[in-house]
Write a protein that binds this ligand. Structure first.
Ligand SMILES: [Fe+2]
Ligand SMILES: [Fe+2]
Length: 258
C-alpha cells in the first residue's frame, strides 16, 4: 500500500494549490491513504473548519496538526467531533480532540499519529507518549503506524526515529516548512524523513511575505506576518510504500510539485 504525506499547508495559497494538484497526484502515484498537515492552513495561521474542509475536499483522509493547531478557537468543536482532524497526541488531556486515528482499509487497519517535539515547543515527552500509543495500537492488533512528528530540532527528530525504528511504519517530520534530503528506510524497517516541507507560497519565508520577516528580524519592530498569497505555489510531499502485513516500509520517496 502507499501513503502520501503532504507537508504543512500554508494559507489559502496552499489550500488552493492542494485542491488543484492533489487529485491527479494521488491517481498518478496510486495512493491509498493521504495525510496532510494543516496547522497553518487558515489565512492568519492556525486551522479553521473552513480550511480543514478545503483540505478534505482536495482529497485528504487525515489532517494532522502541530504547535499552531489550537490558535483558532473555531476549530475546537471540529477537533472534538471529527475523528480525522488530529492535534498532537502529547498535549494535556484538557486540550480538545485526539492525536491518533485509525483508518479501516478493509483488508487492514492503518493508524496515523500526530506527535509534537519538545525542543522550543511545549509538549509532554514524545518518547513516552509514543511508547504508550504504540503499545495500545499493537494490543489492538495494529502494526501499520504512521507518525507525523511535528518538531523543530533535526537532532530531536533523528533521536526519536532511532528510538522508534522497527516499531512504526514511518516517521515523517513536519513543522520547519523546509524539505530535507534524507528520505531513508532505517535499519529495522521504519521509513524516515526529517521534514516533508511545505505546501504554499514558493517565494516566501516559510509561507510569510519575506519583507515582514526581514522587518521583524532586522529592525526588531513588531510586525504582523502576512501570507505571501499571490505568489506561485509549491507542494512538498513524501510517498511511503509499505507491506501492510508486516507494518514495515518498503520505500520512501520525495515529491515536489510546482
Ligand atoms: Fe507549520
Ligand atoms: Fe508548526
Amino acid at each position: 500500500m502507499k501513503l502520501l504525506m503532504v507537508g504543512d499547508v500554508v494559507s489559502s495559497n496552499g489550500t488552493r494549490f492542494l485542491r488543484e494538484k492533489l487529485p491527479s497526484l494521488k491517481r498518478a502515484l496510486g495512493i491509498d491513504i493521504t495525510v496532510v498537515n494543516g496547522e497553518n492552513s487558515a489565512d492568519g495561521n492556525g486551522i479553521t473548519p473552513f480550511s480543514a474542509e478545503e483540505i478534505f475536499s482536495a482529497g485528504a483522509d487525515v489532517i494532522t496538526g502541530g504547535n499552531h493547531t489550537l490558535r483558532r478557537r473555531e476549530i475546537y468543536d471540529m477537533l472534538d467531533e471529527s475523528l480525522f482532524v488530529l492535534r498532537p497526541a502529547n498535549l494535556p488531556s484538557a486540550v480538545p480532540g485526539r492525536g491518533v486515528c485509525i483508518m479501516d482499509m478493509g483488508k487492514t487497519r492503518v493508524a496515523v499519529v500526530n506527535l509534537l517535539g519538545n525542543y522550543t515547543l511545549s509538549a509532554d515527552c514524545p518518547f513516552k507518549a509514543a511508547d504508550e500509543i504504540i503499545k495500545s495500537l499493537n494490543d489492538e492488533g495494529i502494526n501499520n503506524i504512521f507518525i507525523d512528528l511535528h518538531a523543530e530540532a533535526t537532532g530531536e527528530k533523528r533521536a526519536i526515529a532511532f528510538y522508534l525504528d522497527g516499531r512504526v511504519t514511518a516517521i515523517m517530520g513536519t513543522h520547519t516548512h523546509i524539505p530535507t534530503a534524507d528520505c531513508e528506510i532505517m535499519q529495522k524497517g521504519t521509513a524516515y524523513v526529517t521534514d516533508v516541507g511545505m505546501t504554499g507560497p514558493k517565494n516566501s519565508c516559510l509561507g510569510v511575505k519575506p519583507e515582514c520577516v526581514i522587518r521583524s528580524l532586522k529592525d526588531k519592530m513588531p510586525t504582523r506576518f502576512e501570507a505571501a498569497n499571490n505568489e506561485a505555489s509549491r507542494l512538498d510531499a513524501v510517498v511511503v510504500e509499505f507491506d501492510e502485513k508486516t507494518g514495515k516500509a518498503i520505500n520512501i520517496e520525495r515529491i515536489t510539485v510546482e
